[in-house]
Design a protein around this ligand. Structure first.
Ligand code: GTP
Ligand code: MG
Length: 415
């Protein structure tokens, strides 16, 4: 079985192309109008697209289409064999499942309803899994069929974005915006096009807004987030860099009196780095600690890790953060968190008014595309990414261009 799409200005036009290329035995599997302005419809004309199928070996016409050279087009040069295989597998799988359901249907027409035995249930469940798998294969196929006429460079760039789990619609928009700005000559220049794709990705990342005017000398930076994401370790990294590298006067406040060992964890570091530290047990004590550090350049506030699912805990946390009145509140999110959970974390932690997003444990994440979707969607500027346990080395300030390059490359950029 061979499947192919044909696009014409009319249905007749498309079906004539089909007959010419696949022969008289070809059948139309589906047809649709390709609307103006749809994804990658940059020719700006309305068209009809039909999906046609023909058996590979048609008796007496074996050479009907095989002898003819394939029509020119970007799509055909790319993974044709893999695609054909995938289509064949998908169809075979669909036929098999349809056959099974057909049999089941006939069985059910018998007058008396039988009790379902456990074996049948297991079989049914396995069928459902097959259906799911098949649907997934179809969706995957359609994903790539969305862009019939992309230049090779952009086809690959798009594939790469999707592979790195940039949300598909976002990837489409990025590629569209690059197409809109490139001329024919630029389209053929791989490096140039890749730079444009990275620049378009960077354009999706919000920048930090202007600083509010401040009366106090010290800059207060609080880190908040779910449990175990690396808040205390990140504070140690930042405090060490500001003190040892930038030569600034730094103070540490621990507001985590909940977890056993949390204070000792920061105190040990504070001792090694020779940075003064205060412990705050109640929100009302925050002002006292801040007053002690009023001559410092920077004061870092470490907070207790809280589940975003507990409103009560978040409300308590918000009292500490409000009392600290930070200039920057960084919401720390583990880079491997799945998008739904990360969205929930961002939504629920709004109660502490974070104005920066900090992705931790990038070294453990498989792809960074979902992070881009998050930043873009929630419009929170990115501050740092952390890339390992080593204090202070494993932290990076990331500007949008660097982060976009990391998403595109699928690896952590070298400092
Ligand atoms: N792989 C990796 N591990 C990290 C990173 N940052 C922190 N960790 C590790 O994550 C674990 C938890 O780190 P903490 O700094 O205690 O996390 P926390 O958010 O303060 O935890 P709670 O205060 O309990 O909520 C430790 O083992 C850290 O070494 C990172 O960037 N990469
Ligand atoms: Mg901690």
């Amino acid at each position: 079985m061979r499947i192919k799409k044909f696009v014409g200005h009319t249905l007749k036009d498309a079906s004539e192309q089909m007959k010419q290329e696949l022969g008289p035995d070809a059948i139309v599997v589906s047809s649709r109008k390709v609307t103006r302005g749809g994804p990658f419809n940059f020719l700006g004309r309305e068209a009809f697209e039909i999906t046609a199928a023909v058996d590979d070996v048609v008796p007496g016409q074996q050479n009907n289409y095989r002898a003819r050279p394939a029509a020119a087009g970007f799509q055909q040069q790319l993974g044709r064999t893999a695609q054909e295989l995938e289509e064949q597998e998908t169809l075979a799988s669909l036929r098999r499942i349809a056959g099974q359901y057909d049999r089941t249907g006939r069985d059910e027409q018998r007058p008396a309803r039988r009790q379902q035995d456990p074996g049948e249930l297991v079989e049914l469940r396995s069928d459902m899994e097959d259906v799911k798998g098949t649907l997934k294969a179809i969706v995957e196929h359609l994903k790539h069929a969305k862009m019939p006429a992309l230049p090779d460079t952009l086809q690959k760039a798009y594939g790469r974005l999707v592979e790195h789990e940039v949300e598909e619609q976002l990837a489409v928009e990025v590629i569209q915006s690059v197409i809109a700005r490139a001329n024919q000559e630029q389209m053929g220049n791989k490096q140039y096009m890749e730079r444009q794709v990275v620049a378009a990705l960077a354009g999706l990342i919000p920048l930090a807004g202007p600083e509010r005017s401040r009366k106090k000398k010290s800059r207060v930076i609080a880190l908040v987030g779910p449990t175990g994401v690396g808040k205390t370790t990140t504070i140690a990294k930042l405090a060490a860099i500001h003190k040892l590298v930038n030569g600034q006067d730094v103070g540490l406040i621990s507001a985590d009196t909940y977890r056993i060992g949390a204070i000792e964890q920061l105190r040990t570091f504070a001792g090694i780095a020779d940075i003064p530290m205060e412990v705050v047990y109640k929100p009302s004590e925050m002002a006292v600690a801040l007053r002690k550090f009023r001559a410092k350049d920077i004061v870092f506030v470490d907070t207790v890790g809280r589940s975003q699912r507990s409103r009560k805990e978040l409300t308590d946390l918000a009292k500490f953060v409000t009392a600290a009145d930070p200039d920057e509140t960084h919401l720390v999110v583990n880079a491997s968190t799945n998008v739904r959970t990360a969205e929930d974390i961002i939504d629920q932690f709004k109660i502490v008014k974070p104005n920066r997003l900090l992705f931790s444990k990038l070294d453990e994440a498989v792809t960074y595309g979902p992070l881009l979707t998050l930043i873009h969607k929630h419009n929170i500027p990115l501050s740092y990414v952390t890339t390992g346990q080593a204090v202070p080395d494993d932290i990076r300030v990331v500007d949008p261009a660097q982060f976009a390059a990391m998403v595109y490359a699928g690896e952590i950029a070298h400092a």
